[in-house]
Write a protein that binds this ligand. Structure first.
Ligand SMILES: CC(C)(COP(=O)(O)OP(=O)(O)OC[C@H]1O[C@@H](n2cnc3c(N)ncnc32)[C@H](O)[C@@H]1OP(=O)(O)O)[C@@H](O)C(=O)NCCC(=O)NCCS
Length: 191
């Protein structure tokens, strides 16, 4: 089992569409706030990182996409602030193996390279796993509840945390290769 994380490209469009179509309704809902897969050409373009100020990465295993993360850069309200909104999703069968943590680490590291100062995530309030993950990664993160959603905002100071070993005891998480350090203009989207 060999897991690699690399930048997404326009050639990944069909593979990303297939990956999203293969997710459970629950996983798609937690990521996109709707059970439907994002299928429009424009949306798939964003998910491949082809949009201005968008960055997208994929985790692959034996060439098959098993995870996706993206980031979209915006200017903050305060001069000099650079906000990056991120979103991440991992194939149901590979959740709990450390892939999601590796994607978050990579997509935020790439954003920091571009100068991002703040990370933003829109998460369903019922998504306890992700909220707990965020608190562990960014303990000082600020949470704002709005109906069923929580907006989490955290300052990205210092280096990224060390890789999560994965949650499933006894299961090989696979070796996560560092992504090619060639960040394009930065990176999110909801269907
Ligand atoms: C959220 C998600 C991307 C995490 O990816 P993953 O590969 O399953 O996560 P990892 O194995 O890297 O574990 C991430 C963290 O969650 C914890 N975790 C994993 N599975 C868990 C579970 N079932 N219950 C509680 N915690 C869990 C891990 O211990 C780890 O904690 P750490 O970062 O403090 O070490 C994945 O579960 C997913 O695709 N969920 C649906 C989409 C979603 O919710 N996206 C986030 C909103 S944009």
């Amino acid at each position: 089992m060999h897991v690699e994380i690399r930048q997404a490209c326009s050639g990944d469009r069909d593979a990303i569409a297939q990956f999203l179509a293969g997710l459970s309704l629950r996983t798609r809902y937690l990521r996109f706030f709707t059970g439907g897969a994002p299928v429009s050409g424009a949306m798939l373009g964003i998910l491949t990182g082809s949009r201005d100020r968008a960055d997208a990465i994929v985790a692959t295993e034996n060439g098959t996409i098993i995870g996706h993360a993206m980031a979209i850069d915006t200017a903050g309200p305060v001069a000099g602030a650079h906000i990056v909104e991120i979103g991440v999703v991992v194939a149901d069968a590979r959740q709990g193996d450390g892939v999601g943590s590796a994607l978050v680490r990579e997509v935020t590291a790439r954003a920091q390279t571009r100068g991002a100062t703040t990370v933003l995530m829109e998460v369903l309030a019922e998504n306890r796993q992700v909220l707990a993950m965020i608190v562990r990664r960014w303990p000082a993160a600020c949470h704002t509840r709005s109906g069923p959603y929580v907006t989490v905002r955290a300052e990205m100071t210092g280096g990224a945390r060390q890789p999560s070993p994965g949650r499933r005891a006894g299961k090989e998480a696979g070796r996560l290769e560092p992504v090619n350090q060639d960040p394009r203009r930065p990176a999110m989207t909801r269907a």
